[in-house]
Design a protein around this ligand. Sequence first.
Ligand SMILES: [Zn+2]
Length: 424
Amino acid sequence: MKRFQIATIMTAWVSALFFSFVIPVRAAETPPGESASAQENLPVYTVRFSGPGLIVYADPALPQAPTAVLPDQTQVQIIEGPMDTLARIRVCGTEVEGYVDMRFLKRADAIVEDYDLYTYEEMEEDIRQLQARYPGLLRSEVTGTSADGRNLYMLTMGAENALHHILVHAGIHAREYINPLLVMEQLEQCLDYYDRGQFLGMRYRDLFADTAVHIVPMVNPDGIAISQFGEAALRSPELVQMVRACYAYDVAAGRTKYPYEVYLTRWKANARGVDLNKNFPFGFAVNVRATQPSYAGYCGLLPFSEPEAASLGAVTLRYQPSVIINYHSMGEVAYWDTSESRYTEINRGFSAYMLSLVPYRRMGSSGATGSYLDWIYSGDTPVRSITFETGNVECPLPIGQYPKIWVQHGSVLQSAAWYAYTGL
Ligand SMILES: [Zn+2]
């Protein structure tokens, strides 16, 4: 099978918009059981997010000659691959075979489901189920506890003593809770393809043996509970009072004009009113926008005062990842540099590589304000990093934004691991 570039298949997908018909998939004419037995053990996948339909190619080197176009909900089995983003499939109950972009397939019995509100409880349950389905491939660790008593999870896929480490985190800002769903689904996909998939010529199993992937899927679970369910989500009466005090301050300071319930949906901070992405030491308390606890922009009294930031910092120091992916929303832009970064040069190549996969607009650098990125770029460990701002409408992003986000980011984990592995 030829290596197939992601950009090429994206172009093919876009070109499918111009197909005005769907090639019908005929039912199998062979007697039942003849070729079905060999596929019985293969999981079934469902086509999704394909818009006008998912194109099946007989030969991926000739993308102008589609074999079929599969509407969403078509069920298929992967009979080879995926290699990069390309999987050889057979349509269930038919003889139709060919190559498709694996990002438009989701296991029919997937554990991580696309919920409008991907909650802390859902994530906890998904972690438990993923560990049960993929024994030995996924480790889960509680690295701290939030003020409202929620676990701060760190998941590791790959060898603890791997040569290379990458770190992916999401949900540091509460209202950006679509990204925990994204990283959990990225994780499930890599686990699913662990023994079958290849990326740029490397088997997933070999790639992750040398490059451990650490995921902090929900940095700020208390804040996410507030954004999703309001103050009723909080267990601690003291924290409810704290949130109400934040609202009083933000109203008095002219920082919000929303009624309380809407204000809470736009919450970014943790339950103590600290913006976790301002709670890191480098540039701490510079350009503060809020001088006391608030839904957004307050840095806290001291760097690492918040368990969520301290926990993410400790994970970073423990593994010294050479590649770090930060997920935020919104804007479809990417931050890659800061004006005081020690690692601008190594990040030029890395950011160009990531932006060749995820076509977001590159943003310029600015001065340090105590963010996580400011902090890792000031450290002694050379690190490549990019911050993706997913979605193009106001947060919290509705689930209708998710299909595009998934297709954009459906191979970011593999790409980041491969980059760390090659040590470029
Ligand atoms: Zn953010």
